[in-house]
Each structure stands twice: as C-alpha cells, then as structure tokens.
Write a protein that binds this ligand. Sequence first.
Ligand SMILES: NC(=O)c1ccc[n+]([C@@H]2O[C@H](COP(=O)([O-])OP(=O)(O)OC[C@H]3O[C@@H](n4cnc5c(N)ncnc54)[C@H](O)[C@@H]3O)[C@@H](O)[C@H]2O)c1
Length: 424
Amino acid sequence: MKITVVGLGYVGLPLACLCAEKGHDVSGLDIDSARVEKISKGISPIEDESLAKKLKKVKIRATAKPEECIPKSEIIIVCVPTPVDHSHSPDLKPLIDSVTTVSKHIKKGSMLVIESTINPGVVEEVVAPILKAAGIDPAKNDIHLSHCPERIDPGNKKWTVENIPRVVGAVTNEALKKAAEFYRGIISAEITELSTVKAAEATKIMENTFRDINIAFINEMARSFDMLGIDIMEVIKGASTKPFAFMPHYPGIGVGGHCIPVDPYYLIKRAKQTGFDHRFLSLAREINESMPHYTAELVEKAILSKAGIMQGAKIGVMGLAYKANVDDIRESPALKLLSILRGKGADVRAFDPHVADMSDFVDLNELLDFSDYLIIATDHAEFKKILAEDFKKNNIKAIIDGKNCLDMGAIKGLKILYHGIGRS
Ligand SMILES: NC(=O)c1ccc[n+]([C@@H]2O[C@H](COP(=O)([O-])OP(=O)(O)OC[C@H]3O[C@@H](n4cnc5c(N)ncnc54)[C@H](O)[C@@H]3O)[C@@H](O)[C@H]2O)c1
C-alpha cells in the first residue's frame, strides 16, 4: 500500500518505520524542513537507538510538499501534535492545518486515520467538516475516516509501536473494517473495534487521565506521609504486596510530556461545553501542577537550614527531560522548577546527558563541581549510578531527590541532608 504519515515526531516516525518494515511504500509529510532533511538522510531527529537503526534500514520518503505524497496515497495517517495553550485550552491548529492540507490532495476512496490524541467529538465536529468543505463526505465513504489513538511510550523497550494493542473507531462501518484490517497487518497485538469514533477518542483520554489522577493521588499521599514521618516508598512497597486491586504509582516533582499533563484538559474543556464539570480531573491537574512549587519549597527549606539565605545558592539540577532516558522536554516539570528557583535568587544550573543543548555543563562532573545543593529532577540511568561518596567528595550539602531514586540511607549516613518526595 502507498502510505503517507503526516507528522514525523515521537509518534509518526516510529509508525512510518513500522509501515515500511511491513513492506508498505511510505512517505512522511512534515512542515519542519530541518526534520524532513534529516529523515531523508536516514538520520533520526529523536534520540532513540532502535529508531536510529530502523531509519538506516528502511526507506521513508520524507517531504514538506503534500502534492508529492498525498494524491498517490491509499492510506494517510495523521500524527501531528495536539497541545494546549497557556490557558490550558486545546490547540487544534496543527490538526486543522494538516487535515485541511490533506483535504486538498486526498483522492476519493482513500483511508484517513487520525492517530493524534483528541477529545471525544473532534473527528466528527472538526475533521469531518473540513473534508466536507472540500467536497468529500466521509459519512458517504467518499474517503474512509477513522481514529486509532496511538499509545506508544517512547523509551519503553518492552512495549513498542508494534506490540501495543490498539482500539479503532470510525465514521462508517466500512471505514472501521478497513482501518482494523490495515492495523492487523502491521501490529502484532489485538485490534479492538469500537462501535463509534467517539468511543475511540474517549478511550485514549480516559487512559491518560487515569494515569494523571493516580499520580496526583500518590503525590498527595507523599506530601501527607512526609508530614507524618512515613516513607512513601516503603508504603508503596507494602501496598504492592496485595495481589489485586492495587497498582503502584510513584510520586515526583510533577508530570511532564506531551500526553499526561495535556490530554485531561481536552476532556475537561469539551465536557464543560455540555455542562459537565470534571472536578476530579481538574483537582488532579492542580495537584500535579503544584509539585514543582512543592519541590522548590523543599529545596528552599534545605538551603535556609544550611546557609540561611537563598540568594546566590549554587543549585545543580540533574535532568531536564520529563522522564528517564529520553530527550523530550515538553511540559517538563524540571523547567518549571528551574524558573521558580531562579525567581528566588538562587544560582541554578542544569545538566542532562540527553538534552545537551540546554545543559549548562558538558558532563556530570562539572555539575557536581559547581553545586552546593543538588536536585534530581529526572531519574536517568546515569544519575542513579552516582554513589553517596561522590556527593561527599564534591562537598554537596543537601540533595532533594525528586524521583526517590538515590540511596537515601547511604547519603544520610555521610551526613548529607537528604529529602525525597515523601521520604526523608
Ligand atoms: N509523544 C508521545 O509519547 C505520544 C504517545 C501517544 C500519543 N501521542 C499523541 O500523538 C500526537 C503526536 O505527538 P508527538 O509526540 O509525535 O508530537 P511531535 O511534536 O513529536 O511530532 C509532531 C510532528 O508533526 C509535525 N507537524 C506539526 N504540524 C504539522 C502539519 N500541519 N503538517 C505536517 N506536520 C506537522 C511537527 O513538525 C512534528 O514533527 C499528539 O496528539 C500526542 O498527544 C503522543
């Protein structure tokens, strides 16, 4: 099949590679010409070993010109970003722009799949009208319009684009069957057909709000237990011995990435239009958004107890990415934490081995050398390996372990002040 993947990012590029590996003739359309150029040369713009290897093997015709790929494609899959703006309102511009472009070039009888995360209603209320305005009616199967939300977890070696089960919903039954058949051909996991496109949209939003709510819950427990002098990590370990009805989640400095801190707002805003107030989802967002501030308070308390003044305190932040071992800084709580601490007059500098262009140092040694106080903002493998003795050698006075990933006992044993999120 001739396929065009629209949007070659964390979602679109692995998908394009998978389609090519399965023998399809794949083009990739992106508005970012630097990205297009890299991919055309077989270079991955994303830090991901297996993706880099795949790109060297498979052929993806990357382009910024829709007329070169859309008219000849039988399948078009849209993987553009769906962010929120500063007021947390859904920003559908990339989706609207890309579907508008597709509508000008798509040939009748083709399949159009939206993989981007969207709230219930977007396919029927936003995507379909754009197509209709271009004289294409998906309800009449002029093209086969469906939604198959992506569930990829970048950096996860066990669950990949190829083996994560998928759900699909479509505008017509024919479109549903065609989309399900296509995905069964490329994915080695169950493809579940849902009866409506709205159900597929809601499935993805519910999965991600489930995660946001559970993280907010454990963040709240961590803060409460900290006041009670109870180690949250020990409690999570204890609760995890229950073989049913408990699922461990872990506290931290906040929630980042393009999905978990963003997607709940899509549902909150859409539900509001129907008169429904998602109090629980909004509270979870509020708690998780407050975590960088809470972490900054821990840092401030530690510094004041040691030096009596925040002004000029030399703070080293370890990690800028929103999660371990990836280069993605979107919505990263580390960035919020940096700006809060700088606002308090501290001399804050950061190092992330995966985000070199935003790091203040070339390596970890330089950061340790500079810092009097340390914050672990991301639990990168490289950071977890540091020994308590190395902190001591560098005269670190206090460590705020925002990921509870260091050896608390060893650090405290060397008389370095240690505070995690929910343990000290
Ligand atoms: N990142 C994840 O872990 C993840 C996981 C599951 C689902 N999703 C969802 O998938 C979607 C894509 O996310 P992502 O992380 O891949 O985003 P991304 O920013 O990594 O990639 C999106 C790409 O789309 C391109 N683009 C933007 N507007 C375009 C347009 N009008 N035409 C063509 N290309 C355009 C961008 O240049 C970029 O290369 C989002 O809806 C996101 O919520 C993301």
